[in-house]
Design a protein. Structure first.
Length: 254
């Protein structure tokens, strides 16, 4: 039960820490699972008779199962990254782990999810659109994939909050794209709102401002801003999935 007062590493845990993400997880995961199905594929062997021209089937000889999503394809990577982050955050804060090592791994998985959101929210749609809405592979990799990838690698080797610079670069690219190359300003304002909410959460996390260590501390305020960011982020991805290349201007995207 999530009533422990101290984490496995000895740091204090305010009473309400993790509850917000826990509630959000209980809402988000059933929705994501509703849109996720298991698809089984069976392979068969075909043999031909040497005495006739006819072929006959032998099998099925093997089968394999994959996950399939009914979510809009441009939005799916970002939405699943949000779900993954909520799960790991809830595990970090609501389960009274006794092993500091297990807790550290879960914390890093949580941060990996946050960084994945930053990359998937822009690059996921870029993989699936074409024409005027698609930036060049060089620009996308240089401003999103590599910064986020290096940030994830840096986080796993123990670097501090500096790794979230990768997120800042990715969101800068997102704001540039939707601000200057998309006719509908809705997407720019969604991106800006995400950047402000996530940035505010990061500032609270780094500066550790406000709140009580006993009930509701700076980390809980950070969770509040980040959860609101998740909502805006998800809504923006779903809205974007309803549009195609006609929302983009004729400006060159390099």
């Amino acid at each position: 039960m999530p009533f422990h007062k101290v984490y496995a590493d000895g740091s204090p845990r305010p009473f309400f820490r993790g509850w917000l993400h826990g509630i959000a997880t209980l809402v988000a995961i059933p929705v994501l699972l509703h849109h996720t199905t298991l698809m089984e594929f069976a392979s068969t062997k075909v043999a031909s008779s040497s005495e006739s021209a006819e072929s006959f089937m032998i099998g099925p000889s093997s089968s394999f199962t994959i996950l399939s999503s009914t979510l809009p394809a441009p939005a799916a990577p970002g939405l699943y990254a949000i779900g993954m982050t909520l799960i790991f955050s809830s595990l970090v804060h609501l389960v009274p782990w006794r092993s500091a090592r297990v807790l550290e791994v879960l914390v890093r998985c949580d941060k990996t999810g946050i960084l994945a959101i930053c990359g998937a929210s822009f690059y996921g749609p870029q993989l699936l659109v074409s024409g005027a809405c698609k930036v060049s592979t060089t620009i996308a990799w240089g401003t999103v994939v590599l910064p986020v990838g290096l940030a994830i690698a840096g986080m796993w080797i123990g670097l501090g909050p500096i790794v979230f610079v990768g997120c800042a670069i990715a969101f800068g690219q997102t704001l540039w794209f939707y601000g200057f190359h998309v006719d509908d300003s809705t997407f720019f304002w969604h991106s800006l709102a995400c950047a402000v909410l996530y940035g505010s959460g990061l500032a609270l996390y780094v500066l550790q401002l406000g709140g009580s260590k006993r009930y509701w501390g700076y980390h809980e305020w950070m969770h509040l801003f980040v959860t609101l960011g998740f909502l805006v982020n998800a809504r923006g991805l779903l809205l974007m999935s309803q549009y195609t290349d006609e929302i983009c201007t004729g400006n060159d995207l390099l």
